[in-house]
Write a protein that binds this ligand. Structure first.
Ligand SMILES: [Zn+2]
Length: 221
């Protein structure tokens, strides 16, 4: 370790991405206490989609996980993606080959932010998550969707019908040649009602995708 990184560690000691506790040297971005107590899902947190096959999630969107993801999205913490990618890649790896979990795919992609929102935030959190997950799996993530216009944040809306109406028509396929005939693993950070994943899947299937399966870091309880 060089002088400069020792200096940086003294000034900004690495903290657990979930609970913000200062980490030991041997920790890998999260602490032992969180390894024991994070709200892990059962059965890969599987949710069936109306349009995509199913979505898996390693964690529930609650407690320290929820607070961590909110920091990731709104407090300029893009490096959290490195840790999140490890959790998501492990979940994808583990569910391969399990009965009822056909997680096979030809390419990894993500649910994009609108350009306007990405500019104001500085980064697209689902894209970073997809890239770090793909890196863990020795693959690459590829853009398949764009979100030309901003819509109201889904989290500000109520029931599924309202969310579906809000998001309808918000996404377009970025390059049908990339999508055509491919089974796509679509990644997002949080999934609650599945309306966004359904709409993205509809656009991908209309553009010729052979199927869509989804993975999100955290899901609603
Ligand atoms: Zn922790």
């Amino acid at each position: 370790m060089g002088f400069f990184s020792i200096f940086l560690d003294l000034l900004f000691p690495p903290k657990c991405v979930f609970c913000s506790k200062i980490l030991n040297k041997s920790d890998d971005g999260w602490c032992d206490r969180c390894t024991e107590s994070l709200p892990f899902t059962e059965n890969y947190g599987k949710q069936d989609g109306d349009i995509f096959d199913f979505c898996i999630s390693p964690l529930y969107y609650t407690g320290v996980v929820r607070r961590s993801i909110l920091r990731y999205k709104f407090r300029d913490a893009p490096y959290y993606a490195d840790v999140y990618g490890k959790f998501l890649a492990e979940c994808i790896r583990e569910c391969r080959g399990h009965a009822g979990f056909d997680i096979s795919y030809d390419l990894i992609s993500w649910v994009p932010l609108s350009n306007k929102r990405e500019r104001s935030r500085g980064y697209d959190q689902a894209m970073l998550l997809a890239m770090s997950t793909a890196l863990e799996l020795d693959e690459v993530a590829v853009e398949t969707l764009k979100k030309p216009h901003d819509v109201q944040a889904q989290s500000e809306l109520g029931d599924k019908a309202e969310r579906r109406a809000n998001i309808s028509g918000a996404y377009t396929a970025s390059d049908p040649d990339i999508i055509n005939g491919k089974r796509i693993l679509l990644i997002d950070d949080v999934v609650t009602t599945c309306s966004t994943l359904d709409e993205c899947s509809r656009v991908l299937l209309s553009a010729g995708a052979a199927g869509v399966v989804c993975a999100a870091l955290a899901r609603g309880e």
